[in-house]
Every structure is written in structure tokens, then in C-alpha cells.
Design a protein around this ligand. Sequence first.
Ligand code: ADP
Length: 179
Amino acid sequence: MFDIELVVGDLTTMAVDAVVNAANSTLLGGGGVDGALHRAAGPQLLEECRGIVARQGGCETGDVVITGSGELLARYVIHTVGPVWRAQVADRLDPLLASCYSRSLELAAAHGLGSVAFPNISTGVYGYPKERAARIAITAVRSFGRRETSIRTVIFVCFNDENAVLYRRFLDAASAAES
Ligand code: ADP
């Protein structure tokens, strides 16, 4: 089991082994946290993403790819594509959002990494209900934490207070249930 921490702040400043990017399927940059990471990392990050696109096309929803990190403090960027919220097909989207978290951790573990920081995937432009997304994120990460891997710390980086309050509540409830 690893430690799960909550930080209210900016993912681009995190000094961890890998930051996870809420990318879009083109991998060629977008708004929100994706744009912020590319701005902070510099052109090297886009170059690497272009290389992946040339080799394998983009990245499917729920899937992950890894690159270096340009000028970020983090060593790697794991790019994952969250689902775009559509209430009519919510049950099909939830496993895809969970997959963003579990497959990011799988990839980090495959690279022997110790610390990973996540944004609140799909809760910006992609419009996922924040409470639903927070529950899925925490459940996926906690369930991965039962495995024995290199990962020692997972950090949820909340950029706004609404998400921070939800994450605090759900993480506290989960640890209270355990003790
Ligand atoms: P998506 O398209 O997956 O919804 P967004 O980037 O629009 O991705 O939003 C995902 C989450 O990232 C939102 O909760 C947003 O508030 C947050 N976010 C935006 N910029 C940053 C940042 N610099 N650091 C951490 N989180 C951020």
C-alpha cells in the first residue's frame, strides 16, 4: 500500500517521478491542465508527443502513453485520455475513467517509479460530475494500492476548492473505514 496525499495547487510544479496529463486523443496539446503542462515543459514535450503520434497514432480514451518531461521538475509525463461526460452512457464511461488512473499507475510501476501526481481527470472541459469522478479516482487508486509495486506515493492535485473538499471528504471516509 502506498501513501495517498492531497495537494491543492498546480500540477506543473510537482517534483514527483511522474505527473499525469489529462490529454486529448490527438496528444497534440489542448487547454486546461494539458496546455499548462505543455507551456511549463517547453517544446520538447510536444516533440515527444508528435513522435508517439507518428508511431502509433494518438491515444484512446482510457489509455496511457509516457514521455519525458522537458523542463518540468517531474521526470516523466504520463498522458492519459479521460472520457467526455455524457449522462446517457455514464455506465460505459466510468470504467474508462477508472482505467485512466489504474493504467497510469501500471505504466509508472513498469518504469519502476516511486511517486505519481494526478489531476482531476475529465472534470474540466470534459465535464464529468466532480463527485462521481472523485469517487472513481479514489476507488481506482486505492484498489491499485493493494499491489506490491515500486510506487510509494500517489498525490491527487486539486486545482479548485470544490474538488479539494470532495477529495478530502472521500479520502477521510476511506481511511476511517479502514481503521
Ligand atoms: P479534461 O479535458 O480531462 O476535463 P481539463 O484540463 O479541462 O481536462 O481539466 C481537468 C482538471 O484539471 C480540472 O479539474 C481543472 O480544474 C484541472 N486543472 C487545470 N489546470 C491545472 C493545473 N495547472 N494543475 C492542476 N490541475 C489543473
